[in-house]
Ligand binder design. Structure first.
Ligand code: COA
Ligand code: AMP
Length: 624
């Protein structure tokens, strides 16, 4: 364990205000904060700041205007573009001017439904510039999900593009936006659409405006100071119900935490290149494609492609070598996808990895096998680290920038300075090392963690009620005798599918809404590539034909209602669901059977005969 890590963690616990005010002093404030954490007010409550200024203009003013801020590499459109900090400032100021011209001002919400193109990044920073609150919606969600977010955030403006590109496929965005706006009850004055050359979208006169035309007429605008506690963005994430949770991120704590994390977790210095191969629609994209690297004065890489198939399993290494990436971040599932196509790492041998010095993984548990493969192939540290949309930046990691290098495959590392972890039993008591329980974080949470849930303060409060004095992460895990924290899975119905966070409860609600379905269960089952995939079991109402056509229809409605990202590919129509005598569906039993485990008939089961049919679906030889 490095002395610097020990000292930083100790100080963050004993003098949290001093620790974080010092980190805050590395940024430029309109009014520097004098307070750290204040109960009821939050972090840096008396400070005023502009996030865009710190990510962009500050670097230009400090003589770095000609340094590259953004590299856009899009194998799917065969394009590479670079923007210096000065060019980025000019682009962002124009997009901000375009929005201001439409009457958008501080506190207004702007929904951004856009793919991995530079304009998405300009739009986010432009919102930050004028104090508007952005809410980026991931492209893999269907129109009803977009509509829910529009109704909750009540935006004045929606920004979109004519299409996204998924591998070889062009995905039209505009029909989805039109449908979402029809479904939503909230009315939006304007849609601004960026036409991409791959597909021309039809415009609705009066409502839809052309991005390029507006930008050409726009006047650049400057950065507006906002309170440290003013929201920067709302990012919706899956909760345990069908209603997504609108995580609210505040400007001040977010900027401080990201700036600190780039240097001390990832070990990045200004001028170096950071690549997070995620999507701007997820928290990883917000924090480490857009804000983190830019605030830290690094070059960020915006990659529009997939780990495989765009054009091949060498695309990550080619991109890393081509742009001299220093540190790389992706999800374990992406490495598994590459390994599946290139098990011997031939692409890595042929292409090399330039000067890459570390690979960070997050989004789902990194299985030791994947870590070992990546370490063998890349010959750099492969670091699993853990966080959540709610927290906004890693809470468990190996802090490379504090000279720490302790790693153990299967563990997500140690508490990052600012975070104190406990593993609690049902009564809220600490369990002994090596024993599993609820992973909880002592309060207050570090800067950058969510301040509330948009329109849902009760939902926010819930995460702090189960274990007084703690934030309940919703994850299960244990701390081993050496202090390594191991995250093993969720304690609720959230599953991680290819690094995407989804709610099986929400899928159940959708399946149950089908007129032919009496009841259903959706569970997450293990998957070699995606980590987990959802699987549905449904019972048909009397009078409906329980055939494969019905199963396919269920898959179809989940895709139509939630989106392709749900990745529900397997649905079974069964005679009945296994239940306890009190009527609870035995989801854990279903999951174990679907995972191919031999499962004893639980003593609490009310209808043991049902298990025979279900066992037959997965392991006919064990049925009976
Ligand atoms: N817009 C529209 N559709 C999207 C989309 C987007 N932004 N993202 C995913 N989809 C679609 C996919 O095309 C796919 O559709 P299909 O059912 O018609 O094939 C579906 O949603 C499921 O996508 P996904 O689960 O990503 O599977 P995949 O087979 O396309 O790709 C991986 C598998 C592993 C290559 C891919 O999931 C991946 O790169 N994962 C890394 C995830 C990541 O970065 N997570 C962020 C946390 S760090
Ligand atoms: P998201 O909010 O989409 O980032 O998802 C957060 C959830 O993903 C966490 O609560 C975990 O369940 C899971 N997760 C993220 N990173 C890891 C990791 N390194 N190891 C295990 N689980 C992880």
């Amino acid at each position: 364990m490095s002395d610097r890590y020990i000292e930083a963690h100790r100080r963050s616990m004993t003098d949290g205000d001093g620790f974080w005010l010092e980190a805050a002093s590395k940024l430029e404030w309109d009014v520097p904060p004098t307070q750290g954490w204040v109960d009821g007010l939050g972090w840096f409550a008396d400070g005023m700041i502009n996030t865009c200024h710190n990510a962009v203009d500050r670097h230009v003013a400090n003589g770095r205007g000609d340094d590259v801020a953004v590299i856009y590499d899009s194998p799917v459109t065969d394009q590479q573009r670079r923007f210096t900090f000065a060019q980025l400032r000019d682009e962002v100021a124009l997009v901000a001017g375009m929005m201001a011209g439409l009457g958008i001002a501080k506190g207004d919400r702007v929904v951004i439904y856009m793919p991995m193109v530079p304009e998405t990044l300009f739009a986010m920073l432009a919102c930050a510039r004028i104090g508007a609150i952005h809410s980026v919606v991931f492209g893999g969600f269907a129109a009803p999900e977009l509509a829910k977010r529009i109704d909750d955030a009540a935006p004045r403006l929606l920004l979109t593009t004519s299409c996204g590109i998924e591998g070889q496929r062009v995905i039209p965005y505009k029909p989805l936006v039109d449908q979402a706006l029809e479904l939503a009850t909230h009315r939006i004055d304007h849609v601004v659409l960026l036409q991409r050359p791959q597909l021309e979208a039809e415009m609705q006169a009066g409502r839809d405006l052309d991005w390029a035309e507006l930008r050409a007429k726009a006047q650049p605008v400057g950065c507006v100071p906002v309170k440290a506690t003013d929201p920067l963005y709302i990012l919706y994430t899956s909760g345990t119900t069908g209603t997504p949770k609108g995580v609210v991120r505040e400007n001040g704590g977010h900027a401080v935490a990201l700036s600190w994390s780039m240097q001390h977790i990832y070990g990045m210095q200004p001028g170096e290149t950071f690549w997070a191969a995620s999507d701007v629609g997820w928290v990883v994209g917000h924090s480490y494609i857009v804000y983190g690297p830019l605030i830290a004065g690094c070059t960020t890489l915006l990659f529009e492609g997939k780990p495989v198939g765009t054009p091949d399993a060498g695309t990550f290494w080619r991109t890393i070598a081509r742009h001299n990436v220093d540190v790389f971040f992706t999800a374990p599932t992406a490495i598994r996808a590459i390994r599946k196509e290139d098990p011997d790492g031939q692409f890595i041998k042929d292409i090399g990895i330039g000067k890459l010095r570390a690979l960070f993984l997050a989004g789902e548990r990194a299985d030791p096998d994947t870590i070992h493969w990546a370490e063998d192939m890349l010959n750099v540290p492969v670091i699993d680290h853990w966080w959540q949309t709610e927290l906004g930046w890693p809470a468990l990691a190996t802090c490379l920038g504090l000279d720490d290098n302790r790693r153990q495959a299967g563990s997500a590392g140690f508490p990052v300075p600012g975070y104190a972890f406990s593993v609690l039993d049902e009564e809220g008591k600490d369990v002994t090392p090596g024993h599993s329980g609820h992973v909880a974080i002592k309060l207050p949470l570090a800067p950058g963690a969510y301040a509330t849930l948009w329109n849902n303060p009760q939902g926010y409060a819930k995460s702090f009620q189960t274990f007084p004095g703690y934030y309940e992460t919703g994850d299960a895990g244990f701390i081993d005798v050496n202090g390594f924290v191991h995250i093993m899975g969720r304690t609720d119905d959230i599953i991680n599918v290819a690094g995407h966070r989804l709610s099986t409860g929400q899928m159940e609600q959708i399946v149950a809404s089908h007129p032919a379905i009496a009841e259903c269960a959706v569970i997450g089952v293990d998957d070699d590539l995606k980590g987990m995939v959802p699987m549905a079991f449904a019972v048909a109402k009397a009078g409906y034909v329980a055939d494969d056509k019905l199963a396919q229809a269920l898959i179809g409605i989940v895709r139509a209602e939630l989106g392709p990202v749900a990745a529900l590919k397997q649905a079974y129509i069964v005679d009945a669901l296994p239940k306890t005598r009190s009527g609870k569906i035995l989801r854990a039993t279903l999951r174990r059977i679907a995972n191919g485990e031999q499962v004893e008939t639980p003593p609490t089961i009310e209808n043991p005969a049902v298990l025979i049919g279900i066992r037959e679906l997965f392991a006919p030889e064990h049925a009976g």
